[in-house]
Structure formats: structure tokens, C-alpha cells
Design a protein around this ligand. Structure first.
Ligand code: GLN
Length: 446
């Protein structure tokens, strides 16, 4: 059914980069056999899943939507892929994204842009745009995405589905092609909150292969979905409903808060005073880490090698010039600059200090509140091509998601209405490792 749906819809949506039809049919047949032999059903038994193309899959191309990796055929599986297979879901294929997860519209894919299933003239968001569009179009039951500054939550909002960015360290990054290692997290994109809880249950947990993996006990997420939010204290940051927020998005968020009130929760306006510095801080830190991480793409170790170089340096130069797209090059240059001697203290170190202030903003609010609620993005999806020549406007789309990534705390985006016929996302932010409260609130609202 999944492949039939893809055949019907993907010529207009363009969510997939690679399909795994033979592999998926073999895996499904094997699951059937195990069941007939008296085996137990796994947590995600038989569910068709899509995987963002920056998560490595053994024997299945993993391109990061980059020309550099257009022929990269990994020899191992990411930890999350192993965990999905242990939970018995079936990998349908690999999903389109902005190149190396840099972007918020999928227009930075070096292959083709994915389109929003609600209106194919609009972007699906990004960078996990293929992951969001595929679930919204009913091609797969769930997908995995990655979120560095909003890349799960923002496309989930634009496509009218549920996207969860877990606490930094809760889900292993082993086998996720690194963009900004201190921010990257893998998480589920699903049709509803219950599915999100199930997929999180399957992928969370300590992994010795990831040096920043948190060694914490994994609670039962599904049992958190009690439907009860009586007495829940909600903080609503005034910075997330001020200038630059589309009035229709604001209206949808205020209506959602009213619904929470009618369910017995309370809310107050609060402040995250360093929000105005978050985008600048993020683009310095994320680009710095990216410039270091992407140094491994040299034309020797992974992917495509430029032909006929005159020297080793020329091999590096040509391979990188040909392999990377404009946005990736822009970030490598920005990051290299911010890390260079003489500028390090002024930019990178300063940004690290501001990151701490941003994290403290969240700590302060969480002393008196259980969750923080606001919009996921300042607007609904925009038209394909509308922001292409304007990277700064594009960067500002992330104003509500980036502070959460810098603080390392969990957040979910769930649908909360429409603006001009396109879905609006509500963001629910929780304390570190308190995914249970985030999921409970999201489920009660839904
Ligand atoms: N849009 C942001 C960026 O371009 C976030 C990307 C992400 O979370 N991977 O960096």
C-alpha cells in the first residue's frame, strides 16, 4: 500500500530520493515468517517508515541530498536504524532534505525540491521536508528526521503533522551525518502524538557509540498520554508572539491556549529575554561546527572524487567546489571565519557565552512552569522560490525553534489550525528529559 501510494503521489510531492522496495518486501516477508514461527510482534511491527537521507542505512544510498555523496553506499546502519529494525518497522526509502540539513525549505536539496502536500506551490519546510511531506501525504506511517535548529518541528508545522525534537542526548547520533554536533538530534515525524510516543520509545536510549549520549533511564512514553492536564502551568514567552509573527498564527496560538484553559491548565505571559540574540548565536555556532565537521569531505574518504587533479590540494579544492552547493559553502566560509585566530574570541567564544544565557532563560521559566508554549514558526509555509535569494529572511524563520535547540531541551510541534488554508504549528517545550510532560500536553490538546 505504501509503494502504491508513493507511485500515485510522489511525482508531484517528490519526497523520496531512494526507494528500498526489494529490501522492504524481503524484510516484510521475514517478519511474516517470524510471526508464523511463533515470534512476538515488535513495538513497531510491520509499520512502513521513511528515513531522512542524512541517517546512514547499510546498502542503501545516503546522499544528504548533496552531489558530494550522490554515490555514497554506507557499510553500516545508524543506531536509530538498528533500533527501528529491532522494533520491526520496515524501511520504505530515503527522504529528501536540504543539503547536509542546511536550510528550512528543502530548496537546498541538490536533486529537486520536495513540495508541500497541502499545496504543491508551497515549500514543505526543512530541512526534514521530505520526512514531513511523506507522512502528510500518507506515503509512510512515520518517518525519522533530524533537528539542529528546527528541522523536525518547522516542516512538521508546515505540513500539518506532529514532529518531536527530543532532549539533546536522548537519541543516539551514531550514524547521523554530522552538521552541528552540539545541536543535532534525531526524532520522529508522525500523524499524531500517540505515534510519536511509540517511535520515541523505540529509538531513545544510551549508546556507547555516541560520546554525548545521555545515560538516563528511559521512561514509558505511551503511558504518559493520560489526557489530563489539570493544574499544568504553561509559560507563554512574549518574544514568541511579538514582532514578525503573522497575526493569523498568533490567533491560532491564542485559541490553543484557550483550549488548554478549558482543559484545566493555566497560562501566564513570561519572558525569554535573550531570544533576540538566538539566531545570530545559532548561525555562528552551527556554522563553526559545520565547517569543522564537513572537513572530512575531501574527495578521498567519502563520496565523489574530482577527476584529473594536478595535486593533492587541487583534489581537495576541486572535489569540494564541485560537490557542495551554495548554502553549504556559505556556512563553511562563515564558520571557518568565526573560528580563525583573531576572530575566535570575538565570535565563537562570545556566541558560546550567549548560548549559556539563552539556556538560563529557559531554566528560569521552568522554575515556575511545567511547559512553554508558542508558535513553531512565525508564518505558515511560503511559496517555493519566494525566499530563495534572501538567506537572512530564511534564517529568521527559525526564531522560535532555535533557542530550544541551543538550550538542548525537548519540544514538539502539533497542528493547531490554519492560516490561509495552510497548517499552523503549536510548539510545546519541556524541561530536559521531560518528554513525558510534553507528550501528555500535546496529546490532551490534540
Ligand atoms: N533552518 C535551520 C538551518 O538552516 C535549521 C536546520 C536544521 O535544524 N537542520 O540551519
Amino acid at each position: 500500500a505504501s509503494y502504491r501510494r508513493i507511485a500515485e503521489t510522489d511525482s508531484s510531492i517528490q519526497a523520496f530520493l531512494t526507494l528500498n522496495e526489494d529490501g522492504a518486501r524481503a524484510a516484510a516477508a521475514e517478519l511474516d515468517k517470524q510471526l508464523q514461527d511463533g515470534g512476538e510482534r515488535g513495538l513497531l511491527f510491520g509499520l512502513p517508515a521513511g528515513i531522512k537521507d542524512n541517517i546512514v542505512t547499510e546498502g542503501l544510498l545516503t546522499t544528504c541530498a548533496s552531489q558530494f555523496l550522490r554515490n555514497y553506499d554506507p557499510i553500516y546502519n545508524a543506531t536509530v536504524v538498528q533500533k527501528l529494525s529491532a522494533a520491526q518497522s520496515v524501511t520504505i526509502g530515503k527522504l529528501n532534505m536540504d543539503e547536509f540539513a542546511m536550510g528550512g525549505s528543502n530548496e537546498n536539496s541538490s536533486f529537486y525540491p520536495t513540495r508541500n502536500p497541502w499545496n504543491t506551490d508551497y515549500v514543505p519546510g526543512g530541512s526534514s521536508g521530505g520526512s514531513a511531506a511523506s507522512v502528510a501525504a500518507g506515503q509512510v506511517y512515520f518517518s525519522l528526521g533530524s533537528d539542529t535548529g528546527g528541522s523536525i518541528r518547522q516542516p512538521a508545522a508546515y505540513c500539518g503533522i506532529v514532529g518531536l525534537k527530543p532532549t539533546y542526548g536522548l537519541v543516539s547520533r551514531f550514524g547521523l551525518v554530522a552538521f552541528a554536533s552540539s545541536l543535532d538530534q534525531i526524532g520522529p515525524l508522525t500523524k499524531n502524538v500517540e505515534d510519536s510516543a511509540y517511535v520515541l520509545q523505540a529509538i531513545a536510549g544510551y549508546d556507547g557509540m555516541d560520546s554525548t549520549s545521555a545515560n538516563v533511564e528511559i521512561p514509558d512514553y505511551v503511558s504518559a498520554l493520560s489526557g489530563d492536564v489539570k493544574g499544568l502551568r504553561i509559560g507563554v514567552p512574549k518574544e514568541y508572539l511579538g514582532q514578525g509573527i503573522d497575526p493569523k498564527v498568533k490567533e491560532a496560538v491564542l485559541a490553543a491556549l484557550q483550549q488548554f484553559e478549558s482543559l484545566g491548565a493555566t497560562w501566564d505571559e513570561v519572558s525569554l529575554p535573550h531570544t533576540e540574540y538566538a539566531v545570530a548565536t545559532y548561525y555562528l555556532l552551527a556554522s563553526s561546527e559545520a565547517s569543522s565537521n564537513l572537513a572530512r569531505f575531501d574527495g578521498v574518504r567519502y563520496g565523489v572524487r574530482a577527476e584529473d587533479p594536478d595535486s593533492l590540494i587541487e583534489l581537495y579544492r576541486k572535489s569540494r567546489s564541485q560537490g557542495f552547493g551554495d548554502e553549504v559553502k556559505r556556512r563553511i566560509m562563515l564558520g571557518t571565519y568565526a573560528l580563525s585566530s583573531g576572530y575566535y574570541d570575538a565570535f565563537y567564544l562570545k556566541a558560546q557565552k550567549v548560548r549559556t544565557l539563552i539556556k538560563q532563560d529557559f531554566d528560569n521559566v521552568f522554575q515556575n512552569y511545567d511547559i512553554i508554549v508558542g508558535p513553531t514558526a512565525p508564518t505558515a509555509a511560503f511559496r517555493i522560490g519566494e525566499q530563495v535569494g534572501d538567506p537572512l529572511t530564511m534564517y529568521l524563520n527559525d526564531i522560535c525553534t532555535i533557542p530550544v535547540s541551543l538550550a538542548g531541551v525537548p519540544a514538539i510541534s502539533i497542528p493547531c489550525g490554519f492560516a490561509d488554508g495552510l497548517p499552523v504549528g503549536l510548539q510545546i517545550i519541556g524541561k530536559a528529559f521531560d518528554e513525558r510532560t510534553v507528550l501528555r500536553a500535546a496529546h490532551a490538546f490534540e
